[in-house]
Ligand binder design. Structure first.
Ligand code: PGA
Length: 254
């Protein structure tokens, strides 16, 4: 798969700010070795759709409802996201698992709805510090992958990218080491192999997220089997995001 950089803007910019952000980003982006997805807040998706038209950037959402339609005040459906031009959607981010009490079942429902609406899914999995300290990294990843992908057909995996996001590395300034990332990638691929097949495990896109920045991107891009990165805080500066893209395109291994 094409190398991926997913920029998760979270709840950080108004639409006016995003407009300037995209203006400052688009002309700087020259090569197409890496696909950049801008995961915007819902209210900026329409703006994103118009501004990204004619660029190689993809439009992403940060969440979707686990119901298809109906009495779900304040929620946004997969069909609404597709209709407004979103191509990808993040599911299972730790901020949603913890703050919004999303569990494996909810995440599985969201993935099925996203796929039904022809949205690509960026599924986030990763262990907490407690899991890490009690040597449960691999088993935590395996159970999160199992729960999230339950009931899917193998051919649906081509529309899923799995992000290894150790909880302790997100927003902490403490990125995982190359060895830790490679362990996470292997655990994800092993879980996919157990649930589907060796072929599926080899082919599924796996990216890393957690305190990725301009300083550590070269090292992170050297991880074996890594197809991209998910960037939070650092993507808010368009110059830094461009640096991350260029460094990842240059440093990524097969
Ligand atoms: P961070 O966020 O880059 O700020 O650690 C990553 C994420 O939330 O996925």
């Amino acid at each position: 798969m094409k190398k991926q950089v997913v920029a998760n803007l979270k709840m950080n910019m108004t639409s006016s700010e995003i407009k300037n952000y995209i203006i400052s980003l688009a002309p700087k982006y020259k090569d197409d070795k890496v696909e950049l997805t801008l995961a915007l807040p819902y209210v900026s998706l329409e703006l994103g759709r118009f501004m990204l038209d004619g660029t190689t950037f993809a439009l992403g959402a940060q969440n979707l409802s686990d119901e298809e339609r109906g009495a779900q005040t304040g929620e946004i459906s997969g069909a609404m996201l597709k209709d407004i031009g979103a191509q990808k959607v993040i599911v299972g981010h730790i901020e949603r698992r913890v703050k919004f009490k999303e569990n494996g079942k909810t995440i599985n429902k969201k993935i099925k709805i996203a796929l039904k609406n022809r949205l690509q899914v960026v599924l986030c999995v990763g262990e907490s510090l407690t899991d890490k300290n009690s040597l449960k990294t691999i088993s935590t990843i395996a159970s999160q992958v199992d729960e999230a992908l339950k009931g899917l057909y193998e051919n649906e995996l081509e529309n899923i990218i799995i992000a290894y996001e150790p909880v302790w590395a997100i927003g902490s300034g403490k990125n995982a080491t190359v060895k830790e990332i490679e362990t996470g990638i292997k655990a994800i691929r092993k879980a996919v192999e157990n649930d589907f097949s060796k072929k599926a495990a080899e082919e599924i896109g796996v990216i890393y997220g957690g305190s990725v920045n301009a300083k550590n991107i070269s090292q992170i891009s050297s991880c074996r089997g890594l197809d991209g990165v998910l960037v939070g805080e650092a993507c808010l500066d368009s110059g830094v995001l461009m640096h991350i893209m260029t460094a990842f395109a240059g440093g990524a291994k097969k």
